[in-house]
Design a protein around this ligand. Structure first.
Ligand SMILES: NC(=O)c1ccc[n+]([C@@H]2O[C@H](COP(=O)([O-])OP(=O)(O)OC[C@H]3O[C@@H](n4cnc5c(N)ncnc54)[C@H](OP(=O)(O)O)[C@@H]3O)[C@@H](O)[C@H]2O)c1
Length: 399
C-alpha cells in the first residue's frame, strides 16, 4: 500500500480526530459544502459553542429542507439482554449510550436523523424520540412507513402496506413514539405493488395540510413512480442505497432527481461498513449479521471486491482522513443535494463521520479517484434476492 508520508497511521488518525473534535476540520474547504454556501454560513456570525465544530460547513438542501451535509441513521433492534441495541451487522450499544450518541450528534451540528417504523420495529423511533427531547426543534426527523407491521405486537405480517387508512394509523403511532407533533420527512419505505402511488402521495398531501407530515419521500421506488408521486404532491427526497460500492443511482435516479428538484439521501453510504475499513478479504460474517446473506459479501465475491476497500484505504492515507471520511466525502462530491446518513453505534465513529463534511478534493484528485473507481467491477448482487426484488418497483396504475 502507498504511504505518501512518513507519519504513522495511528498518529494521523489522532491528529485528524483531534482536529475534528476541536472544531478545526470544518475550517478546511469542504467537499460537502459549496462556495456560495460557505460564504452564507460565514456571514451568520459566531455559532453557539455546542455547534461550533460544524457551523462553517455549508448546509445542503433536500428539496425544501435544509440540513447539515451528513446525517445519522438510527436503525437499531433490541438485542438479547436488558437495553441492548444491535445494529444490522456486528455492532451493538445500549439504550443509554445510544441516546447519548444521538445527543452528541445534535451537539456536533447534525440535523438529519433517519429512522423507520420497522427498525426494531418501533424500538429505533422510540429511542430517537427520547433522545431528541428538548432539542427536537433543532433537527429534521425523518422516518418511514410501508411495511405491514402489526401496530400492537410489532410482528411483520408479510410484505408492504401503504393503504391510506393504514398510513394514517402508522403516522399517529409514530408521532407518539417520536414525541413530536410533526414528522419533518416521511418516506414510503418500499413501493406497495397493490396501492397506486397517487393514493400514497394524496395521503401525504392531506397529512401535510394537517401539519402532521411536513415533507415526504420515497425509498427505492421505480422511476415512473417518482414522476407520478411528484405530480400529485412534490417529493422532497429519494432514499436509495448509494456509495462507492453501489453506484446504481447514477444511471437514472440522480438525473431524475436533478430534473425534478428532489434531494437524494444515500443509505448504507459506508457500504454496510465495507468502505469504512471494517472488512478484509477473509472476513466471515456471523449469524445475525445481515451481510452474511448479501451476495457481494460472500467469500468468493469478497475476495474480488476487497480491491475497492483497499483503494479507499490508500486514498484515506493519502488524504490523511479515515476510510469512512473518504467514502462520505466522495458521495458529497457527486451532487450538492446529496446527504448521506451513515449508521454508527460508536461515538468516535460519529465524530469522524461528521468531520467528513469538511474533507475536500481538488479537481485532479477527483478525476484520478473516479477513474480508479470506474475500473473496479463489483461482483455479486447488493442485496439478498427477496430484498432486491422489492426495489425499483412501479406502483400500479390508478383506475
Ligand atoms: N431506506 C432503506 O431501505 C434503508 C436500508 C438500510 C439502511 N437505511 C438507513 O441508512 C442508515 C445507514 O445505513 P447502514 O447502517 O446500513 O450502513 P452504513 O452506514 O453504510 O454502515 C454502517 C456500518 O459502518 C460502521 N461505521 C460507521 N461509521 C464508521 C466509521 N467512522 N469507522 C468505521 N466504521 C464505521 C458501523 O459500525 P459501528 O457501529 O461500529 O460504527 C456499521 O457497521 C441506516 O441507519 C438507516 O437509517 C435505509
Amino acid at each position: 500500500m502507498n504511504r505518501p508520508s512518513d507519519i504513522p497511521d495511528t498518529q494521523r488518525r489522532q491528529m485528524l480526530l483531534g482536529a475534528a473534535v476541536a472544531g478545526l476540520a470544518p475550517l478546511l474547504l469542504s467537499a460537502c459544502g459549496n462556495a456560495a454556501g460557505d460564504r452564507q454560513a460565514g456571514s451568520q456570525g459566531t455559532a453557539p459553542a455546542s455547534t461550533a465544530s460544524t457551523a462553517p460547513v455549508a448546509r445542503r438542501r433536500l428539496g425544501p429542507i435544509e440540513v447539515f451535509p451528513i446525517g445519522l441513521g438510527v436503525q437499531w433492534n433490541p438485542g438479547k439482554g436488558t437495553d441492548v441495541a444491535n445494529d444490522l451487522y456486528s455492532s451493538s450499544t445500549d439504550r443509554a449510550a445510544g441516546i447519548a450518541l444521538i445527543r452528541r450528534a445534535v451537539d456536533l451540528g447534525v440535523t438529519l436523523f433517519d429512522t423507520a417504523e420497522v427498525y426494531g420495529p418501533f424500538f429505533s423511533e422510540a429511542l430517537l424520540g427520547e433522545a431528541l427531547q428538548g432539542v427536537r426543534d433543532k433537527v429534521v426527523v425523518a422516518t418511514k412507513f410501508g411495511f405491514d407491521v402489526d401496530p400492537d405486537t410489532g410482528e411483520r405480517r408479510g410484505s408492504t402496506n401503504s393503504r391510506p387508512e393504514h398510513i394514517r394509523k402508522v403516522v399517529e403511532a409514530q408521532l407518539r413514539r417520536l414525541r413530536t407533533d410533526r414528522i419533518d420527512l416521511l418516506y414510503q419505505h418500499r413501493v406497495d405493488p397493490n396501492v397506486p402511488i397517487e393514493d400514497v402521495a394524496g395521503t401525504m398531501k392531506d397529512l401535510a395540510a394537517e401539519g402532521k407530515v411536513l415533507h415526504y419521500g420515497l425509498s427505492e421506488p421505480g422511476l415512473q413512480t417518482i414522476r407520478r408521486a411528484h405530480a400529485v404532491h412534490p417529493v422532497a427526497a429519494i432514499q436509495n442505497e448509494f456509495s462507492m460500492l453501489w453506484r446504481g443511482p447514477e444511471t437514472s435516479v440522480l438525473p431524475l432527481c436533478e430534473e425534478l428538484g428532489i434531494g437524494f439521501v444515500p443509505w448504507s453510504p459506508l457500504g454496510m461498513g465495507f468502505l469504512a475499513g471494517m472488512v478484509n478479504a477473509r472476513t466471515h460474517f456471523g449469524e445475525g449479521d445481515f451481510r452474511a446473506a448479501v451476495p457481494r459479501f460472500a467469500s468468493e465475491a469478497l475476495a474480488q471486491n476487497i480491491v475497492l476497500a483497499r483503494l479507499v484505504q490508500e486514498w484515506a492515507l493519502r488524504k490523511s482522513v479515515t476510510p469512512a471520511q473518504l467514502a462520505l466525502a466522495w458521495l458529497c462530491t457527486v451532487k450538492p443535494w446529496i446527504v448521506p446518513i451513515p449508521g454508527t453505534t460508536n461515538i468516535v465513529h460519529l465524530q469522524q463521520n461528521v468531520a467528513a463534511a469538511s474533507v475536500s478534493f481538488t479537481d485532479a484528485e477527483l478525476a484520478e479517484l473516479n477513474a480508479a473507481l470506474q475500473a473496479i467491477h463489483i461482483e455479486g448482487e447488493r442485496l439478498p434476492p427477496p430484498v432486491l426484488n422489492a426495489t425499483g418497483v412501479e406502483a400500479p396504475a390508478k383506475r
